[in-house]
Design a protein around this ligand. Structure first.
Ligand code: CUA
Length: 357
């Protein structure tokens, strides 16, 4: 940078800009860091959700609106920032005492008309037009292929397919390329349903049912999160939305409609007895058995799910054992009490839960 300009900027109060201290680089590093987070993949295998990686018509429309607002905001920032720097540089420079200063009364009026009236009259209708177009897209009234009821609990997701008599948890399966209707409710406090790559977020309010229609154009697994602070384990209230071909989706529905299989060996029968003889039955349902509790997730097809405790842990036998013995160590404050089982009960129980596929 040329010394006189640097000197003028410094005198105009732009010391940060010309400083040699790393603080100048901080905004650049933060911005790059934020952009790079969209490239990551988390241990569950799903990509880190980003609204800038849209995979459906509603999300495309929201992402387009985001970019339009960013460009319009950048234009305004460039104009206002450019004028400020120009004034600062000129006002402090050789023309400082000249009678031809930048801001005389006439040009002051011109700037007010330009910046206060003409610029907003050009930019705001553009933003408004894109907003209307985005609203029309996300309130698409076309016929939904399937209706899914999702209820937020502290801190997990109950998922029901009312027309199919299917209940599951923390995982939502949909057919790819078809609109699906979500009916969103809450069993306790306000949660917020958000799959950033597929749609905007929408609150789940106790006593209300909110609707959301979304569509995934690409098959795959999408991460969903609770986007409203709902207590200590809000960050561990996640789900996976699986978009698969209509044939695979129908096959998944058919398997989920089945009750749990009957135990086929002595160990598994023993495991089932442990489950049915413990406090598990007061909170969990396993269809095909006497367990019909409704406080916690339905476990009929537990083995089919990718994660435990709403995205907290990968669904492995070791994690399941840890979760049964010490759920309060893993997710403090959740409603599941520890189950103190000797290993001669725990191992058959794990064998039995393994068969719930
Ligand atoms: Cu539920 Cu945050």
């Amino acid at each position: 940078m040329e010394a006189p300009v640097a000197e003028r900027l410094k005198r105009a109060g732009c010391a940060v800009y010309v400083s040699k201290w790393p603080i100048c680089r901080l905004p650049v590093i933060l911005t790059l860091g934020l952009l790079l987070t969209t490239c990551a993949t988390d241990p569950r295998g799903t990509s880190i959700p980003s609204v800038l990686d849209p995979r459906g018509p509603e999300a495309n429309s929201i992402a387009l609106l985001w970019w339009v607002m960013l460009v319009l905001g950048a234009i305004v920032l460039a104009i206002v920032g450019g004028i400020l720097i120009y004034i600062a540089a000129r006002g402090r420079g050789p023309a400082r005492n000249s009678s031809e200063g930048l801001i005389d009364e006439d040009s002051g009026q011109r700037w007010i008309w330009l910046g206060g009236v003409i610029l907003p009259l050009i930019l705001l209708p553009i933003a408004f037009g894109f907003n209307l177009s985005s609203l029309a897209t996300i309130s698409n009234p076309s016929q939904a292929a399937v209706t899914i009821e999702v209820t937020g609990h502290r801190w997990w997701w109950e998922v029901r397919y009312p027309e199919e008599d299917v209940v599951t948890a923390n995982e939502i399966h949909i057919p790819v390329g078809q609109p699906v209707q979500l009916q969103l409710a809450s069993a306790d406090v306000i949660h917020s349903f958000w799959v950033p790559q597929l749609h905007g977020k929408i609150d789940m309010v106790p006593g209300e049912v909110n609707s959301l229609r979304l569509q995934a154009d690409d098959a795959g697994e999408y991460r969903g999160i609770c986007a409203e602070f709902c207590g200590a384990q809000h960050a561990r209230m996640q789900f996976i939305l699986v978009a698969s071909t209509p044939e695979d989706f129908e096959a998944w529905l058919a398997s989920q409609r089945q009750p749990a299989p009957e135990p086929e060996s002595e160990v598994i029968r023993r495991g089932q007895q442990v489950f049915l003889g413990s406090a598990c039955v007061y909170c969990h349902t396993i269809r095909g058995t006497n367990a019909s509790g409704e406080v916690g997730p339905d476990l009929t097809h537990l083995g089919n799910r990718r994660t435990l405790a709403a995205g907290t842990l990968p669904n492995t036998r070791g994690n399941l054992a840890g979760w049964i013995l010490g759920p309060q160590h893993i997710k403090p404050g959740n409603l599941m009490p520890p189950t103190h089982l000797p290993s001669e009960d725990l191992i058959p129980l794990l064998e039995y839960l393994d068969t719930l596929d």
